[in-house]
Design a protein around this ligand. Structure first.
Ligand SMILES: *Cc1c(COP(=O)(O)O)cnc(C)c1O
Length: 368
């Protein structure tokens, strides 16, 4: 069922949530499964909430095929809190190897500067972050606490297609903007973390998938709330978790399983991204500044050929009038960006690609 009053939302985050999930949440909002109250009003220690919580964990485990020697945690504080929490727990005595690929790794580095040691082992800063280092060619330090990277650079529109699995130290990856977009081999990683508001659900939930081995090495002096073991030993119920956000995430996980899991999702995401990048590549007005091999299938960054900002704003307002919203590039880089996470459907991307083609034709006529 599609409500025609809804926009096609390309916001980078908080981002679109599948309509079927919103409608199911709506139908249960007032009186969850006849229990006489909403999920928001339930004790986090109640049986009904416990079922939601554990379903969410189990469904995510199934989706990502998470091995038994990993724990799934639902934390708060966003991905940004992880930038600080990681070194607090694991970098007290050893330096961190960092792959620097944009604004979000910069923020993680800024936290490391507060009393921790780190080495930038690869960087795409000299390409203004509009490309990525070759993951297979990076050399790492065997004495590092861990290797830190971001899989998908939300702002610059780049995504690592492969991971540097040759690092001997645990690989810690910020997957905020591409988790659940493709299957993963979870055993390649020490820690995967992601804020929920891009590809999972509402803001306020941060998913952390952590290897048991690492839990055993958390720094004992880290404040209780910032110690991963506090949350792991309490099954993410150390304190009141963001229950409603976890409830929505659980509906999203269920839907992905029903749709055939992450292999199927990856197929859809590839079709969507190919469709949109093709419209941009063929446009006489726009171009994508990222080389093909590094392009993100989640965040499609594009610009007017001459960086003409008045044409870019005309595009944004005409798109908005046609029902496409959230297309302004991140305030730090400008330009245009369409975020096309799992919730977006191929038909919507096709509509938008047609819009780009028509706008380009019209703009061409005006410029002659
Ligand atoms: C959005 C985003 C963040 C920040 O997330 P918050 O939950 O707002 O802290 C960090 N990393 C990446 C890759 C992101 O896309």
């Amino acid at each position: 069922m599609t409500n025609t009053n809804r926009i096609i939302n390309f916001s980078a985050g908080p981002a679109a949530i599948p309509e079927s999930v919103l409608l199911e949440a709506q139908s249960n909002l007032f009186n969850y499964k006849g229990l006489g109250l909403s999920v928001m009003e339930m004790s986090h220690r109640s049986k009904a909430y416990d079922a939601i919580h554990n379903d969410a964990i189990n469904d995510l485990k199934t989706l990502l095929n998470v091995p038994d020697n990993y724990r799934i945690l639902f934390l708060q504080g966003g991905a940004s809190m992880q930038f600080a929490m990681l070194p607090m727990n694991f970098a007290q005595h050893q330096p961190v190897d960092v792959i620097h690929t944009g604004s979000w790794t910069k923020k993680a580095i800024d936290e490391l500067k507060k009393g921790y040691q780190y080495r930038v082992v690869a960087s795409s800063e000299d390409q203004k972050f509009l490309g990525l280092p070759d993951a297979s060619k990076i050399s790492f330090n065997d004495d590092a606490a861990y290797t830190y990277m971001c899989s998908n650079n939300t702002i610059f529109g780049t995504q690592f297609k492969t991971f540097p699995t040759h690092s001997k130290r645990p690989l810690v990856v910020d997957m905020s903007s591409d988790i659940l977009s493709r299957p993963l081999n979870v055993s390649d990683f020490g820690i995967i973390f992601a804020g929920a508001q891009k590809n999972i659900g509402p803001s306020g939930v941060t998913v952390v998938i952590i290897k048991d081995e690492l839990l055993d090495t958390c720094h004992p002096d880290a404040p209780v709330f910032f110690n991963y073991t506090s949350h792991a030993s309490a099954n993410s119920l150390y304190n009141t978790p963001p229950t409603f956000g976890i409830y929505i995430a659980h509906l999203v996980f269920k839907r992905l399983l029903e749709l055939g899991g992450l292999k199927e999702q990856e197929k859809q995401n590839t079709l969507k991204a190919n469709c949109l990048y093709q419209a941009i590549d063929e446009s006489s007005q726009f171009y994508c500044p990222v080389p093909k091999e590094d392009r993100s299938p989640m965040n499609v960054v594009f610009r007017h050929q001459d960086h003409n900002e008045s044409i870019e704003s005309a595009f944004i307002s005409e798109a908005k009038a046609a029902g496409f919203d959230g297309l302004k590039g991140h305030r730090s880089v400008g330009g245009l960006r369409a975020s096309i996470y799992n919730a977006q459907e191929l038909a919507q991307i096709e509509q938008f690609s047609t819009f780009i083609r028509e706008f380009s034709k019209k703009a061409l006529v005006h410029s002659h």
